[in-house]
Design a protein around this ligand. Sequence first.
Ligand code: PLP
Ligand code: SF4
Length: 348
Amino acid sequence: MTTPRRTLRSIGELQRAGLVPREDGALEAVAARYAVALTPAVAAMIARGDARDPIARQFVPDLAELTTTPEERADPIGDLVHSPLEGLVHRYEDRVLLKLVNVCAVYCRFCFRREMVGPGKDTLSPAAFDAALAYIGADPKIWEVILTGGDPLVLSARRLRQAVRRIAEIEHVKIIRVHTRLPVAAPERVTGALVRALKTPGKTTYVALHANHPRELNDAARAACARIVDAGIPMISQSVLLRGVNDDVETLAELMRAFVECRVKPYYLHHPDLAPGTSHFRLPIEEGQALMRALAARVSGLCQPAYMLDIPGGHGKVPIGPNYLAGDGRIVDHRGTSHAYTSDGRTP
Ligand SMILES: *Cc1c(COP(=O)(O)O)cnc(C)c1O
Ligand code: SF4
């Protein structure tokens, strides 16, 4: 086995790279349904011959994806019901999502937008981009523009700079947030020019890094994050709680510590969305809450993300606990011991 030099996009290429068994032709049906891409950086992270490798589980197609359960939906978080124009999702008053591209450097098997992203899916046309900017410009309540997709950092530095400059021309937009997997998926593409393209005078840029397992934050990914943070761009993290990837407290603790070591503040741990063919990744909310309790008991406050659920149907995100108020004037500490407490300070 040699480390591939190009992105792997077919079952044949995955077979030749030793990432799926030779005889597994049934996987062609999965690849025909959902986009496949593993960059050289991601392919190199995978331990060959370990069927339970947590990186492989995130990126290598699995026959389980052919099973769709009744509660799953093509648009799990209701992007479409809140899309006023092509490329825009406006669910909250003060912020909008702007999807410049519908392609990613890698395709995650649990992706909540898996029905909308993939190679050859349309990039926002110049006319649609102009219309989106006119919409944002006409609504002074929009304080933040969140570039997502797809992965906006797959754009060239030149195109990204143009897009960021145009958004920055809107007076009432103060924050430009970029959601990306590129520092992990293709750290070599996080160049100085790309990072500079994200910055614009008078506005604040944030970068939200999506990673789910501590092994994703290897030396190259850490160096890519450092290029972003050293440029003065604060970073936050986003992870998805996934069965067989990070559903144990040791892995979550290591992941959150790795983020903090990289100057990436843990932000959200998402409960998995009801995307088609992803039931093998989901776990009960109660289990997620127990993991969050165990995490809170174990690691620094810097390492604590909020556990979030995006309510199916477009009703938005909410934190889903755990809750330390036990009712009856009792509160539970991080060791699980309950104590009497009333808000005026008297014990009942
Ligand atoms: C997730 C999301 C956001 C960002 O939410 P935050 O809680 O600010 O991170 C904004 N708009 C839409 C439509 C979203 O789905
Ligand atoms: S990078 Fe994000 S949008 Fe792209 S496939 Fe992965 S989860 Fe989906």
